[in-house]
Design a protein around this ligand. Structure first.
Ligand SMILES: Cc1ncc(COP(=O)(O)O)c(C=O)c1O
Length: 408
């Protein structure tokens, strides 16, 4: 395909864009439990309108051209710091997503430690973003097996450390199993060894505080834990903002200098960046700011309540199907089940669900069917279970098997 010689009318293109989605799985009908977060039409309008209000503004220019964006970003960071029990003097940076937040945390830890052959010690359940960051940043990754409860094994992590360890990592929660690592024990270890502790709360940062409000008993994971140096928390996940919004929060504002780039090695004058991006979408900041103020503590708590309602109903429904079991219920929005009957192959269940339009997240090695629930799933839990009952019956009778899909 070539760039057309002459432009085409927008209505024609708009129709083509809509038509292009015809073969995609339908997130609006809750047909997948990965890749999207959705509360309701009113919030969707807030996300879009706020984004459009700053559609053209470039957040690279917040220092000079667009001081309003500096103010909005500062308020987003401040709201998140207070939500996550940060002490006076803490700081933060608005990034494009969890990956960038984690990259910057690992960069800062590396720069602060200044080792020749740096390594990071992480639980085996940590997100693969840490391996990507390590690849970019020249770090060795030491993945340490977790406990039977899928939580970080802190003594084993201590044993994996050496003088070149620049950071420890804990997840709150981890993505594969939804378990929260023992952050307090990791904080004590990090303090004792004098290393950076990063808590990956990309999934949990904007959900855990509201689960706690609902009465769920979660282990401490935020800045209230001594030894936690930084936290990544994604506003474009359970923070419900438009995509392209995450935060890297640090216990002390001064730590931000370790991921600050500055150079004047060209003729255009000095250039400063705290992120991997140069040009940054102002819309992402405006959307995050608007969504946080629109929902407030009450709105987020209601979203959390709907997720846990969906999870409870799905768990009860799955447990009632002979041959399936729910994997150690995670305290979070992650929900996993697996076959207990050797005659039931997970790939066949996935194929039968796929035929009904559900995109399934199979775990490697038949470990389970993975769902990361959001509020929309409360509306489709019954439809999901009805299809699952049929899919299991079909899978017992044979049929094709779906391979484990990539997360991409
Ligand atoms: C626990 C965790 N950390 C980090 C990430 C990476 O975030 P992003 O996809 O926004 O770059 C994810 C994404 O799902 C995640 O679940």
């Amino acid at each position: 395909m070539k760039l057309p010689d002459r432009g085409r009318p927008w209505p024609e293109l708009a129709a083509e864009l809509q038509a292009a989605k015809a073969r995609d799985y339908s997130w609006r009908q809750g047909r997948m439990a990965v890749y999207f977060y959705y509360l309701d039409a009113a919030l969707e309008q807030v996300q879009k309108d706020a984004y459009l209000a700053y559609f053209t503004e470039n957040n690279l220019g917040q220092g000079r051209a667009f001081p309003s964006l500096a103010k909005l970003e500062g308020e987003v960071v401040a709201m998140a710091l207070s939500l996550m029990a940060a002490p006076q003097g803490a700081g933060g940076t608005f990034t494009s997503g969890g990956s960038e937040s984690i990259f910057l945390a690992m960069l800062a830890a590396r720069e602060k430690a200044g080792r020749d052959r740096p390594n990071i010690v992480i639980p085996a359940t940590a997100h693969l973003t840490f391996d990507r960051a390590a690849w970019y940043l020249g770090l060795e990754v030491r993945r340490v097996p977790v406990t039977a409860d899928f939580e970080a094994d802190v003594p084993a992590m201590a044993a994996a450390m050496d003088a070149d360890t620049i950071a420890l990592v804990g997840s709150a929660p981890n993505y594969p199993y939804g378990a929260i690592d023992p952050i307090a024990a990791l904080g004590a270890l990090a303090t004792q060894r004098g290393v950076w502790l990063h808590v990956d709360a990309c999934v949990g940062g904007f959900l855990s505080p509201f689960l706690t409000r609902l009465g769920h008993n979660l282990p401490a994971w935020d800045f209230s834990v001594p030894g936690v140096t930084s936290i990544s928390a994604d506003i474009h996940k359970h923070g419900m903002a438009a995509k392209g919004a995450s935060l890297l929060l640090v216990r002390e504002e001064a730590l931000r200098r370790f991921h600050r780039f500055e150079s004047a090695a060209w003729d255009r004058g000095p250039y400063v960046a705290f992120t991997a991006q140069g040009t940054r979408p102002g819309g992402a900041v405006a959307s995050a700011w608007a969504v946080m103020n629109y929902l407030g503590m009450e709105g987020y708590t209601e979203a959390a309540r709907r997720i846990m309602d969906a999870k409870a109903r799905m768990a009860a429904g799955v447990e009632a199907i002979p041959g399936l079991e729910v994997l150690r219920p995670s305290p979070h929005a992650i929900f996993i089940y697996r076959p207990t009957d050797p005659a039931l192959e997970m790939g066949r269940i996935a194929a039968a669900m796929d035929r009904r339009g559900w995109l399934q997240g199979q775990m490697a090695g038949g470990r389970g069917m993975h769902h990361h629930l959001n509020p929309l799933h409360a509306q489709v839990a019954d439809a999901y279970l009805a299809d699952l009952r049929q899919a299991v019956a079909e899978a017992r009778a044979g049929g094709d098997s779906q391979a484990v899909g990539r997360v991409y």
